[in-house]
Design a protein around this ligand. Sequence first.
Ligand SMILES: C[S@@+](CC[C@H](N)C(=O)[O-])C[C@H]1O[C@@H](n2cnc3c(N)ncnc32)[C@H](O)[C@@H]1O
Length: 244
Amino acid sequence: MTAIPRSSAEFYKKATAFWNYPEVPYGPALRGMIRPTDVVADIGCGIGIVSRYLAGLCRRVIAIDRDETALDVLRAELSGEDCGNIEVVHACWPQVQTDDWDVAVAFYHHHFGYTGEEIETLLRKTRRGGIIVNPGIRQREGFCEDLGPEFGITNLQKSCAGGCYVRGRLEQAGFDVTCEEISHDFGQPVDSKEEAVAYAMRQLRLEEHQRPKLEERIMFHAEEVDGQLVLPIKRFNCLLRFTR
Ligand SMILES: C[S@@+](CC[C@H](N)C(=O)[O-])C[C@H]1O[C@@H](n2cnc3c(N)ncnc32)[C@H](O)[C@@H]1O
């Protein structure tokens, strides 16, 4: 039996491998925008799943995040493989002092592009364009939304992060913008009930005394996808593409 992931990063890596993220669903958009000679900024890169994918599409990736712990995971992974074209930068966007870039990528940063300072920085540092993924207008669906209320958790629904608002700001700044809704299955693959419980404990931030009830309930919320047990999560995202 495989070991249960010990951190959020390990759970996340398992999910990205299972769903082939970011090729699914963003590969076509990325390949449509990025050229082999480009410098690409991955803003809010986290543990660098997208950065490593981008490294195969362009000349150089500037991977930026404010979370040193996530960057440490990325650095550790890079030390073992041939990804010499990724530069890891610890910074809090939009305060970044890096070289300029051809294309900016910001996936699941959540409130990317909300402030004037961010738009000004994009305008100043971006030579050609970029791709942003923010939560869309439809609510997420999945096991958290179904199971949470059984534990008195009702505040899971995030309000629309307003991709349209970001679109307006980008257009005001002079960028051409298109946007589309992308639905994305991103359920958490788990190999056992124990692992499902470990993941749900984390995601719902449950306390130890709630564990026995979770153990009773969790398998009612799991489903099988291509022979793999999954705790379902469906995201409805807003994909914005902007160009000068
Ligand atoms: C949900 S993760 C997404 C990681 C990655 N983009 C992906 O799609 O796998 C969001 C990341 O954005 C980072 N982030 C959020 N706000 C930021 C900011 N102002 N500056 C730098 N990083 C930021 C967080 O630290 C986190 O690592």
